[in-house]
Design a binder for this molecule. Structure first.
Ligand SMILES: *Cc1c(COP(=O)(O)O)cnc(C)c1O
Length: 459
């Protein structure tokens, strides 16, 4: 049994300096790795044997616990910042943003309210204001950094439904039997998940042969479902292909019908920071809400989603939590981030991006994103030129989907397993219209053309 803490010392005060040094030294080494190991998952029973039983009555000490993480647990996690990580959407946080994430943890900032976190919230809002102006939203736009795109999409759709309900009530109309959100079949799975949580229906408007949703198709869905539709979701870069919907024609319809337009740009909207790509996103400036994930293509660590509203007041009505113990916070005109989405206590998760942007400036971001787009085009040309390879679609952003003629799903899986086993790359197959395909998602500025051609050579 441990002794009770002595006067003036609390229960955790033993060895504080040594513990903090141990951890920060490892964090420093990991952040500065030159060649990040790719690594791969171990089976549960191997982890149990190598790292089980770490929770004991008296503790195993910082050295052993940190050693367990560095030598067993971390190598059993695939490094999403490895330049050969090309699956799903990779992560490539800048060193500045990684380092500052440690500061955010060390600073015990409560990011939910202005009263407690004013300085942090101010800095986050600087970033949100910059993003809003890049996307063409008015100066009155504002928002909040949420945990991820899934929660960002849900929060925006809840705000949209709150507005629709209020309008019905003001007009003396009953709510529809079922509320409806319209999106394309290519929309991210989180839209269906949000609809499920909200208990509303999803109507998938038909996208064109090129995968892009257009206004005429949204118009047809609105004709059919009338004012049961509380929001239309356009995707600014689908996850599987990087397809950007025809947002301008969709916005023309939502404006005419006065329906909420939400743009899900979790992955792709970052590309709008590249001047030559702006026209691809034409229409975003009409969005009532939008999201972009800094942990995807804005080089910030997990996890962060920037959620922006054209008019943040509507979000307050939907999300402000009321309780006696919160009155001090809610009965003020302060800018409280917790009132803009589904969360109360909040990590100031926009600060790593703020610090990195403030440090490097915005131009570095534009060129790092541009690099990924150019690399995707180069490797797409290379794929087209190889016998036995073909593109499924021309890349619009930084995702390249292609097939190896004659390969079955088993062939793709065996190839993918081998690349991970050999610690070359992490490239899981995807599928399109029932056909198994290979897919490169490029985010990291450290991913090179030579790496990608070497991977093609293994097929
Ligand atoms: C990744 C993604 C999401 C979900 O974001 P999370 O941060 O993973 O929750 C939503 N929409 C699109 C288009 C995405 O690519």
């Amino acid at each position: 049994m441990s002794n009770p803490p002595a006067n003036g010392m609390h229960a955790f005060s033993r060895d504080t300096t040594a513990i903090v040094d141990e951890v920060l030294e490892y964090a420093r080494r990991r952040a500065l790795y030159q060649d990040v190991p790719l690594d791969k998952p171990l089976r549960p029973r191997d982890l149990q044997r190598l790292a089980g039983n770490s929770i004991t009555a008296d503790g195993i000490g910082a050295r052993r616990a940190a050693g367990l993480f560095e030598n067993v647990l971390a190598p059993s996690c695939i490094s999403t910042d490895h330049p050969g990580y090309l699956s799903f959407i990779p992560s490539a946080p800048s060193k500045a943003s990684i380092a500052f994430d440690v500061v955010v943890s060390a600073s015990s900032v409560y990011g939910g309210s202005w009263m407690e976190g004013a300085g942090a919230v101010f800095a986050e809002n600087e970033v949100l204001t910059w993003l809003a102006s890049e996307f063409g939203l008015p100066a009155t736009a504002g928002g909040v950094f949420m945990q991820g795109g899934t929660i960002g999409n849900l929060s925006a759709l809840v705000t949209a439904r709150t507005r629709a309900r209020r309008r019905r009530a003001e007009a003396g109309l009953p709510n529809p039997a079922r509320w409806v959100v319209v999106c394309s079949a290519e929309a991210h799975s989180s839209i269906a998940s949000a609809a499920d949580v909200m208990d509303v229906d999803v109507v998938k408007a038909v996208a064109g042969a090129d995968g892009r949703l257009r206004g005429d198709s949204v118009q047809a869905a609105l004709d059919e479902h009338g004012d049961a539709v509380f929001a239309v979701v356009a995707t600014g870069g689908t996850t599987n292909f990087g397809i950007v919907d025809d947002i301008a024609s969709i916005a023309a319809v939502t404006q005419e019908r006065d329906v909420w337009l939400h743009v899900d740009g979790a992955y792709g909207l970052a590309a709008m920071l590249v001047p030559s790509m702006r026209e691809v996103f034409e229409g975003v400036q009409h969005a009532d809400s939008l999201i972009v994930d800094p942990h995807k293509w804005l080089f910030a660590p997990f996890d962060a989603c920037a959620l922006l509203y054209r008019d943040p007041a509507g979000a307050l009505a939907a999300h402000t939590q009321h309780a006696e113990y919160l009155d001090t916070l809610t009965e003020t005109p302060d800018w409280n981030p917790s009132d803009l989405g589904i969360q109360l206590t909040r990590r100031a998760r926009g600060l790593p991006l703020w610090f990195s942007l403030a440090t490097h400036g915005t131009e570095v971001y534009r060129s790092a994103i541009s690099y990924g787009i150019d690399l995707a085009r180069r490797i797409a040309d290379e794929i087209e030129s190889r016998d036995g390879f073909s593109l499924v679609r021309d890349p619009q952003l930084s995702v390249v989907v292609f097939r190896r003629e004659g390969w079955t799903l088993d062939d793709y899986n065996a190839w993918s397993d081998r690349l991970l086993e050999d610690q070359v790359a992490f490239v899981v197959p995807s599928s399109h219209a029932g056909e198994p395909v290979a897919r490169f998602a490029i985010i990291s500025p450290l991913t090179t053309f030579e790496m990608l051609t070497a991977i093609l050579d293994t097929m």
